[in-house]
Design a protein around this ligand. Structure first.
Ligand SMILES: [Zn+2]
Length: 419
């Protein structure tokens, strides 16, 4: 029976191809229809409705689960805004492609530019929060202070929106500097903790083309996932149109994530879909020689993602000694020590170990890309067009923005008067 059925199918390969084309055609037609005036738009292929209480921690850079995405599905996230000069451009670029994303807003930024937050709401994006002041080291902060940061951030964004319903129960820890206590506090409120599946290093002092390269390489390596970007960065603004064009060219589809409400039921999913590569998929794909073995072979053995490379710092300059040390770490990235590659990990509560998934996210990519240490450790002078220092901002805001911007704003203190 089975053999006959196969024989019956084989002479008609075009039927399957035709079906595939039909599906693609339907998706693209839907995207174009949703984006009047932009027939070639990438579009948003579907909306994923999630219940934060069912899956409170997502993003394989840190957690066992991630969003239940299909192959070639991507969720775009933008942190640290709004900074009108750059964030507004990001919103316009996304609008031109009818792409919906999720923004993690800093409370102080929301109070400084409340219209920027409302612009996101009006454009239909999802809005989460990212603390009040974007502390660089929540993992070394008392739980009382951490709670205050979380609560104040939420309150500030609500104030900016003037409408509680427009805020999604989504939260991302600044610098991904997690602690069990802070996470428990967030989760207890029914808020979903978002890590990411891969960043594009756009807070580093790198060119926009490098941001594009990193985003696409890391996406191609995983095949799907949550991309972490920063709407406050000029280099991200410059890279975004090309990223969106390439996503479309390579057949990727954008998924918009929203929280469930009484009117909006959860998208049905199976538990294994909340893994980046479910066992069934892994087994199937592992027989395909084009997939590098390390993607799966190392997943169980490597230590936590190399968050040291995120290097969010408290707005201070990296000294030459630190930069040299950092560059040295990068050069020695292969192989990583199995235990405690990063001193901060040793401060994690023992019971947190079970929750931190040892996916070797960035370490893998460093093996592949291995940028010259100088590009990340000791950044070369930026070209002026890409320097993200928000000179028109107040000192306080500039410092705040630089927290995630890290070395882009402060490790390379290009004299302002020089240009
Ligand atoms: Zn941030």
């Amino acid at each position: 029976m089975g053999g006959n059925a196969l024989v019956g199918v084989r002479p008609r390969p075009w039927a399957a191809l035709g079906l595939g084309l039909l599906v693609c055609s339907i998706v693209q037609t839907a995207s174009a229809a949703d984006c009047p005036g932009h027939p070639d738009a990438l579009g948003t292929s579907r909306t994923l409705v999630v219940d934060p209480k069912e899956h409170p921690r997502i993003g394989t850079m840190q957690y066992a689960e991630t969003l239940p995405l299909g192959d070639h599905e991507v969720v775009l996230t933008f942190d640290d805004g709004p900074l009108p000069r750059n964030s507004n451009q990001v919103v316009d670029i996304l609008a031109s492609q009818c792409v919906k994303a999720t923004f993690f807003i800093v409370g102080r930024m929301a109070l400084a530019a409340p219209e920027g937050v409302r612009k996101l709401r009006d454009a239909g994006h999802s809005i989460g929060t990212h603390t009040q002041n974007h502390p660089s080291s929540m993992n070394r902060m008392s739980i009382e202070r951490a709670r205050q940061e979380i609560d104040d951030g939420i309150a500030s964004v609500k104030t900016a929106l003037g409408d509680d319903t427009a805020l999604s129960p989504f939260f991302r820890i600044p610098g991904l500097s997690r602690t069990q206590a802070a996470e428990d506090y967030v989760v207890a409120q029914g808020i979903q903790l978002w890590s990411a599946d891969f960043p594009a290093d756009d807070w580093h002092h790198i060119s926009s083309s490098r941001v594009y390269d990193i985003a696409m390489k890391r996406l191609e390596a995983k095949g799907k996932g949550i991309l972490l970007l920063h709407d406050i960065q000029a280099r991200t603004v410059a890279a975004l149109p090309r990223i969106l064009r390439e996503l479309k060219a390579r057949g990727y589809r954008i998924v918009h994530v929203v929280p469930a409400t009484s009117e909006l039921p959860v998208t049905p999913t199976a538990p294994q879909q909340w893994q980046l590569h479910p066992p069934s998929e892994t087994v199937a794909i592992s027989h395909w020689p084009k997939i590098p073995n390390f993607v799966f072979a190392n997943a169980e053995t490597l230590p936590a993602p190399a968050l040291s490379d995120l290097d969010w710092r408290d707005g201070r300059s990296m000294t030459l000694a630190e930069a040299s040390s950092h560059a040295g770490r990068l050069a020695r990235r292969v192989p990583l020590p199995r235990e405690a590659p990063w001193p901060r990990q040793s401060s994690l509560a023992p019971d947190s170990a079970a929750i931190v998934l040892p996916v070797p996210a960035q370490s893998i990519f460093e093996i592949q890309e291995k940028p010259p240490p100088a590009t990340q450790g000791i950044a070369p002078p930026a070209d002026h067009a890409e320097r993200p220092v928000p000179r028109e901002q107040t000192d306080g805001l500039a410092k705040l923005i630089s927290v995630d911007a890290g070395d882009s704003a402060h490790t390379m203190p290009v004299p302002i008067g020089a240009q």
